[in-house]
Design a binder for this molecule. Structure first.
Ligand SMILES: *Cc1c(COP(=O)(O)O)cnc(C)c1O
Length: 419
């Protein structure tokens, strides 16, 4: 159905109801003023033009009101994080009670493990994907050690089979079937950062829960990319950053999800600070700690408003467009990208991302024969921004918010020439 021509790509852009969004972003340019072909929204999303004015608003109110801005600012800082909750909850398919924006991703994973990783002498192991993002692996290893286990013995890897790149759910099932009595926690990347594989989160939750294991999901590569339906999936917890597909700026704050079933459990062990203490009495000081229900019950500190303003600018765009429309464009855009790459007659590259749109988001991971890094370098020299991930993959993410069908066409034309 697709055609490998520039005319056709431009036609798809004309028919694209979301095409106007591109103009609402700053697209980086080369020295001659040509737009870069930006395919790294999975690493750092581009800046929405309105972000500046959202941050400026808070700077102005800080200048004008000082500490009174907590109540007097146009968007009062006291409840500022609450302005993000509904939109964020929609993006990940959660109830507002289940979601909060706070800290950064790895910090949130640790805070969640404080509550949800409760090892015993016999049930203490943690399952991760063999190609888990390094930060998640380090976090989990350090939790094992913190609880007095051997990080090697305590870590179980869910691996692709010999000669394969992708994970099979049956293999996770087998691990949990056989070793479930020793497993306390499954911590899995919902969309794997390396292969782009979108795993069946609901199935993972069922597999883990069948053996009384807690199930946590890292959605760093999922939030704003796929629709994970977190509530419905039944996973116990999740966390994600907002600087990738959620376009909220370098190092911006992270999201946290705790399933409603844990919302009112005051007995869960957790770290405390004044921001997870009951809002009603937070400022009475001299009060015994009284934890808030839901995800807000994991906060510790009053949050950085300037970073939240950037998140708000982006979430307002997601709110306006809706994940459904974004996902529909995404499937088409990535489908076209895949089609064009598959037209190239070469044995030196191979897409390892699943071809079923239900098993991937927008990212395609292109494996390069003999791990030849020079191809990535040449792409960069041609203003095509992708990223190289060791050992042998170029990751490319056409993002439905700002990438066009023409971007994808031009990228593959250059790729073809370079090959
Ligand atoms: C991007 C990413 C991180 C980064 O963690 P930070 O704490 O935000 O630095 C961690 N895990 C995964 C899976 C990621 O994709």
């Amino acid at each position: 159905m697709y055609k490998p021509t520039l005319d056709y790509a431009q036609q798809l852009d004309k028919e694209d109801k979301l095409a106007h969004l591109r103009a609402q972003f700053h697209i980086p340019k080369d020295k001659e003023g040509n737009d870069w072909l930006y395919f790294t929204g999975n690493s750092l999303g581009l800046q929405p033009k309105q972000t500046q004015q959202y941050i400026q608003q808070e700077l102005d109110d800080w200048a004008k009101y000082g500490v009174e801005g907590h109540f007097e600012a146009r968007n009062p800082w006291m409840p500022y994080h609450e302005f993000l909750t509904n939109s964020m909850a929609k993006i990940v398919g959660a109830k507002p009670l289940e979601v909060v924006v706070m800290n950064t991703l790895t910090t949130n994973l640790h805070l969640l493990m404080v509550s949800f990783y409760q090892p015993t002498k016999t049930k203490y192991k943690i399952v991760i994907e063999s190609d888990a993002f390094p930060s998640d692996r380090y976090a989990v290893q350090s939790q094992l050690k913190f609880h007095g286990s051997d990080a090697e013995d305590g870590l179980i890897e869910w691996k692709p089979r010999e000669g394969e790149e992708l994970l099979r759910i049956e293999d996770l099932e087998k691990i949990v079937d056989e070793q479930g009595d020793e497993i306390a926690l499954l911590l899995i990347g919902g969309v794997n950062y390396y292969t782009g594989q979108y795993l069946d989160i609901k199935r993972i939750a069922e597999i883990g829960h069948a053996k009384n294991c807690i199930v946590g999901i890292d959605l760093a590569h999922g939030a704003g990319n796929i629709s994970p339906e977190l509530h419905e999936s039944g996973v116990d917890f999740a966390a994600w950053c907002t600087y990738k597909y959620l376009n909220s700026g370098p190092g911006s704050l992270a999201g946290l999800f705790v399933h409603e079933k844990h919302a009112h459990n005051k007995d869960l062990p957790r770290f405390a600070g004044w921001w997870n203490h009951n809002k009603e009495t937070r400022f009475n000081m001299r009060q015994p700690f009284d934890v808030m229900p839901g995800a807000e019950g994991w906060q510790l500190s009053n949050p950085p408003i300037l970073s939240m303003a950037a998140i708000r600018a982006s979430l307002d765009m997601f709110e306006e467009v809706g994940m459904e429309a974004l996902r529909a464009k995404s499937e088409k855009l990535t489908g076209y990208f895949e089609y064009l790459i598959n037209q190239i007659d070469t044995a030196s590259i191979k897409i390892i991302t699943p071809s079923n749109p239900k098993e991937r988001g927008c990212q395609l991971s292109i494996q390069v024969k003999n791990a030849d890094k020079s191809l990535h370098k040449k792409l960069t020299e041609n203003n095509i921004i992708t990223d190289w991930r060791e050992p042998d993959v170029i990751r490319c993410a056409p993002v439905p918010m700002y990438n066009s069908f023409e971007d994808v066409y031009r990228m593959v034309e250059t790729l073809k020439t370079l090959l």
